[in-house]
Write a protein that binds this ligand. Structure first.
Ligand SMILES: *[C@@H]1O[C@H](CO)[C@@H](O)[C@H](O)[C@H]1NC(C)=O
Length: 136
């Protein structure tokens, strides 16, 4: 019984060691979607669907409202960090970032967007097809 437990622990340790290698192979996180993952693209388009004001971002580094519909980082930011990429994914339309920054992760999401064109048209945000165009 004790042997089995030790073998199992060794097996688990092996998996964790290899998991680290697998994680290290993720070069970038690319994000498409709506307000749940928008890192601030809507700040740069004429729409009412924005969150670049307090109390948004109050728990973000520096307490700044970034355009994320959140008090802090988004789930995609945490996922990026967990994969060994950067702790926050930059918004594609944010002029302070360049293609070099986007090589390790970029967010094309737009709050209020949806799978159907009508959804994004109603609130004047980036439709999903255009998020893909930006990616191309
Ligand atoms: C959404 O709009 C784009 C651009 O006008 C168009 O190419 C695409 O076919 C539309 N999609 C649907 C499902 O209507």
């Amino acid at each position: 019984m004790a042997h089995k437990s030790i073998l199992f622990l060794l097996f688990l340790a092996q998996i964790l060691l290899h998991a680290e290698k697998i994680i290290a192979k993720v070069p970038a996180i690319i994000v498409f979607g709506d307000s749940t993952v928008d890192a601030g693209n809507n700040n740069y388009i004429p729409t009412l669907v924005k969150s670049n004001f307090k109390p948004y971002g109050r728990d973000f580094s520096g307490g700044v409202p970034t355009g994320r519909f959140s008090n802090g980082r988004l789930p995609t930011d945490f996922i990026s960090q967990a994969f060994g990429c950067k702790p926050t994914i930059p918004a594609y339309l944010d002029p302070q970032y360049t293609i070099k920054d986007f090589a390790t992760g970029v967010c094309f999401a737009s709050a209020g967007s949806g799978y159907d064109n009508v959804t994004s048209d109603i609130v004047s945000v980036i439709p999903l097809w255009k998020e893909l165009e930006y990616y191309k």
